[in-house]
Design a protein. Structure first.
Length: 126
């Protein structure tokens, strides 16, 4: 997405890349840490069209209600069948995480509890 932004007239200095994550949940968590560090409350998330619903779920959940998040989807130009297959997989992944959040009594924006989940998958915390 950084390359896409640069190709579309966004200055390199205006782009902050999060490079710790391995998935959408991690991307939301690690970008939130950057956002908090800079005391920002408004966020623009750019993602592909087929990934928008899952992205919105994770960013809205992990950031919580105190942030104003806007979303911009980029047309992937994938065939409809491929987009449909990806969307099914994305929905299944989201449903699994919704269940895990519920089972662990994690509420929107609870960084400490979300971090505990991520610690199992990210060596940064070890």
């Amino acid at each position: 997405m950084g390359d896409y932004a640069i190709k579309n007239q966004i200055s390199q200095e205006d782009i902050i890349l999060e490079e710790e994550s391995r998935d959408t949940q991690g991307n939301a968590y690690f970008t939130k840490q950057l956002v908090k560090k800079n005391n920002w409350k408004n966020v623009l998330v750019v993602t592909s069209d087929f990934h928008l619903l899952k992205t919105k779920f994770f960013f809205d959940f992990i950031y919580g209600p105190e942030y104003n998040i806007q979303y911009l989807e980029v047309n992937s130009n994938l065939p409809k069948e491929k987009t449909r297959d990806i969307s099914k997989s994305e929905k299944k992944s989201q449903e699994i995480m919704e269940k895990i959040y519920t089972e662990n009594k994690i509420q929107k924006g609870e960084d400490k509890k979300i971090k505990v989940l991520l610690e199992k998958f990210y060596s940064k915390f070890n």
